[in-house]
Design a protein. Sequence first.
Length: 294
Amino acid sequence: MKGIILAGGSGSRLYPLTKVTSKQLLPVYDKPMIYYPLSTLMLAGVREILIISTPSDTPRFKELLGNGEQFGISLSYAVQKKPKGLAEAFIIGEEFIDNDSCVMILGDNIFYGGWFSKNIQEAIKNVDQGNATIFAYYVKNPEDFGIVEFDEEKNVISVEEKPKNPKSNYCITGLYFYPKNVSQMAKKVRPSDRGELEITTLNDYYLKDNKLKVQVLGRGFAWLDTGTIDSLMEAGTFVKTVQERQGVIISAPEEIAYYRKWISKSELLESAKMYGKSLYADHLLRVAEGKIIL
């Protein structure tokens, strides 16, 4: 399975913070925002990842993350010249995907929950069976999101993009699993009234083929969309609170790589050295000493 992180867009809702940098490079408490979606893909076992960003921001991601070697993965990069919709990612990444299954995550989404790995494994199982999977999360303002409607047995009934009269309160989060034909399916999507290739339209194609599944992220799970000033601050406060209470770091790619045996202890220690005297470096050292279990 291949992975895509879509980290494009202008980030205009975060101006002036994003006038000279990508929002996915902004800090969420103690690390760049992109570390969080990168960690999610790594937790799903994905080692080949494509980062799609703007012409000006792509070099910055390369400088931060390199080729992924320090994380035991392979990172590639592609440019989205203008924000033409989420579904365009699968057209831009068609050669990278190469008729493989694919998981895409938005670069400003953070997922945190103890049983998340179970949700991910179910999504991978669905993909192996030729089905797509979306992740649903209860929200108070469904009219601001793409919405999924499902029955008591979690069979998907409908998907809508920012409906005026929502059929449910479950929004579609920025994490999507698709089977091998996703690039071909994305090419069928026509621009919406706002001129974008909507991911909701792509999901609806799978639904009409009876190949769309949903994983519901229930109570106790945290999904954070960090696209506004308030949500960015809330995410930072959440990460700070959890890390201080538990004494661990959320979304440390090197830690994930080490426990998956993608990097050695010496490589982990080299990364810790690179981060200097930071709390992040101290965490990696404790991981190397066996004081923390993933």
